[in-house]
Design a protein around this ligand. Structure first.
Ligand code: UGA
Length: 437
C-alpha cells in the first residue's frame, strides 16, 4: 500500500512523519523545492516538538520526499493537506487547493489503481462537492465514486502537540457518499487508530464539523475572557479558580477555559472569519460568532489601555514583550496577538524590545529593525518601563524580583497569570484578577 501526502505544512508533515515512522510506504509532496530538500535531510522547516525525531525515523524507513506530483500515480491513498488561507474579506482563498487538486487530477489519468483522495485541508461546506469534485473529474476524465474515491477528512491537531495528536486523534471523520471507498478508508483508519470513534457522514457535514469544532473552541475562549474582564472589577476575584471549577462540570469540560489576551494562531481567527462570512452569504445572521470575535478583538485593547493608564503617553516609552509566538512550544507567529500588540504599540511610538525562546527569527521577518530583539530575559527587561507577558513559555514562570530589578519602572502586565502566586516587589497587573481596592 502506497500513500501520498500533498502539502508539507504542520498537518501534512506531521502525518508524513508519523505514518512513515510506523513503516508505511509514504511519499510526501510539496511544490517548495527548498522545503523538500530540508525535509529530505531530516530538518523540519518549523519548530514542532517531536517532529524532527519522528521525521528522521521515517526517513530511515520507506519515506520519500519530492516536488514531483507524478509520483502519486501508484498510490492507494492521497491526502491533501495544503493551506487554505483567507481573503481580505474573511472568505477562504481556494487558489492553492484548486491548483493542488488540478495537478492530482492530471496525474490520476496515469493511475492504474482506484485511489482514495482524502481532503484534510479546512474548506467551507459545499467546497468538495461544488469545486473539488468537478475539478478532479474534469481534469482526469475519471468518475468519482467509480474510478477514484473522494473523502472529506478534517484534521483536529493542535500545533505544539501535532505529533501526539496525529498519533492519538479524539475522532476520525470520513465524509463521503460512496460506501465502497468508505469501507476501504475505514480499514486504514481502524488499523491506525483502533479505539478511536470513526464518524461516517457526507461531505458537507464533515466540512461543517471542522468549523463547528474551531468556532466552539473560540467561543469558550471569548466566554472566559469576558468573564475575566468582569472579574477584574471584583476586588480579589480570580478567573483561574472560576475556570477550573466550572470545568469540573462534565457538561462544560476543563479545557480551553484559560483567560488571556485573546485567541490567535493560523486557525481559530481564520476559521471564525470564514464561518461568519459563510453564514452571512447564506442569509443567517451569525450574531453569537460576531460577539465571540468582538470580545477577542477588545481583549487586546484592554492591555493597551492598562499600559496607557500607568505610563501615560506611550511615545518613547521602553516596553518589553515576553513571547511573540501565538502559544508556547511553537515558533509560529501567524495571527499572534503579541504581534498585533507590537504593531499597535509601534503606532503609538513606543520603543519595543522582545524576547521569545523560539520565534525571534519569524518576528524579525515582520519588524526587521523597527524593534529590539533580546537574547536573554534579563537583557529584555533592562531599563524597561513596562513588561507585558504574552506567551506562556515555561521560562517566564521562573521570573523573580531578581530579574525585575533591571527594570527602570517595575510595572508588569501578565496576560496569562503566570506569576500570580509569587511575592513580587512590582506593580503587578494580571488579566482576570480583581485588583485590591
Ligand atoms: C486549533 C484547534 O485547537 C485545533 O483543534 C485545530 O485542528 C487547529 O486549530 C486547526 O484548525 O488547524 P491551534 O491553532 O494549534 O489549534 O491552537 P490552539 O491550541 O487552539 O490555540 C489557539 C489560540 O487560543 C492561542 O492563541 C491560545 O493562546 C488561545 N487559547 C487557547 C486561550 O487563550 N485560552 C485557552 O484556554 C486555550
Amino acid at each position: 500500500m502506497k500513500i501520498a501526502i500533498i502539502g508539507l505544512g504542520f498537518v501534512g508533515l506531521s502525518l508524513t512523519s508519523v505514518l512513515s515512522s510506523k513503516g508505511y510506504d509514504i511519499i510526501g509532496i510539496d511544490i517548495d523545492k527548498e522545503k523538500c530538500e530540508k525535509i529530505e535531510n531530516g530538518i523540519s522547516p518549523f519548530f514542532e516538538p517531536e517532529l524532527e525525531k519522528t521525521l528522521q525515523n521515517g526517513l530511515k524507513k520507506k519515506l520519500k520526499i519530492s516536488s514531483d506530483f507524478s509520483l502519486i500515480k501508484n498510490c492507494d491513498f492521497i491526502f491533501v493537506t495544503v493551506g487554505t488561507p483567507q481573503n481580505t474579506n474573511g472568505s477562504i482563498d481556494l487558489t492553492i487547493i484548486k491548483k493542488a487538486v488540478s495537478t492530482i487530477a492530471e496525474n490520476l489519468q496515469k493511475n492504474k489503481k482506484k485511489p482514495i483522495i482524502l481532503i484534510k485541508s479546512t474548506v467551507i461546506p459545499g467546497t468538495i462537492k461544488k469545486i473539488i469534485l468537478p475539478i478532479l473529474e474534469k481534469k482526469s476524465n475519471k468518475k468519482a465514486g467509480k474510478d477514484f474515491g473522494l473523502i472529506s477528512n478534517p484534521e483536529f491537531l493542535q500545533e505544539s502537540s501535532a505529533i501526539r495528536d496525529t498519533k492519538f486523534p479524539h475522532a476520525v471523520v470520513l465524509g463521503t457518499n460512496n460506501t465502497e471507498f468508505l469501507k476501504k478508508a475505514k480499514k486504514l483508519f481502524l488499523k491506525l487508530h483502533p479505539n478511536v470513534p470513526i464518524i461516517s457522514t457526507n461531505h458537507q457535514t464533515a466540512e461543517m464539523i471542522k468549523y463547528a469544532n474551531n468556532s466552539f473552541l473560540a467561543t469558550k475562549i471569548s466566554f472566559i475572557n469576558q468573564l475575566s474582564n468582569i472579574c477584574q472589577e471584583i476586588p480579589g476575584a480570580n478567573i483561574d479558580d472560576i475556570g477550573k471549577t466550572i470545568g469540573l462540570d462534565p457538561r462544560i469540560g476543563k479545557l480551553f477555559l484559560n483567560a488571556g489576551p485573546g485567541y490567535g494562531g493560523s486557525c481559530l481567527p481564520k476559521d471564525m472569519k470564514a464561518l461568519i462570512n459563510f453564514a452571512n452569504i447564506s442569509g443567517i445572521n451569525p450574531s453569537l460568532l460576531n460577539a465571540v470575535e468582538e470580545v477577542n478583538t477588545k481583549q487586546l485593547e484592554q492591555i493597551i489601555s492598562i499600559t496607557k493608564q500607568k505610563l501615560g503617553n506611550l511615545a518613547s516609552k521602553k516596553i518589553t514583550i515576553l513571547g511573540t509566538a501565538f502559544k508556547p512550544n511553537t515558533d509560529d507567529i501567524r495571527d499572534s496577538i503579541a504581534i498585533e500588540l507590537i504593531k499597535k504599540l509601534l503606532k503609538k511610538k513606543a520603543k519595543i524590545t522582545i524576547h521569545d525562546p523560539k520565534a525571534i527569527k519569524n518576528t524579525k521577518k515582520i519588524f526587521e529593525e523597527k524593534i529590539n530583539y533580546a537574547k536573554t530575559i534579563n537583557a529584555a527587561l533592562s531599563k524597561s518601563e513596562c513588561v507585558i507577558i504574552m506567551t506562556q513559555w515555561k521560562q517566564y514562570e521562573e521570573l523573580t524580583n531578581n530579574q525585575f530589578k533591571y527594570m527602570k519602572t517595575k510595572f508588569v502586565i501578565d496576560s496569562r497569570r503566570m506569576l500570580v502566586k509569587k511575592q513580587l516587589n512590582v506593580d503587578y497587573y494580571a488579566i482576570g484578577l480583581g485588583r485590591k481596592n
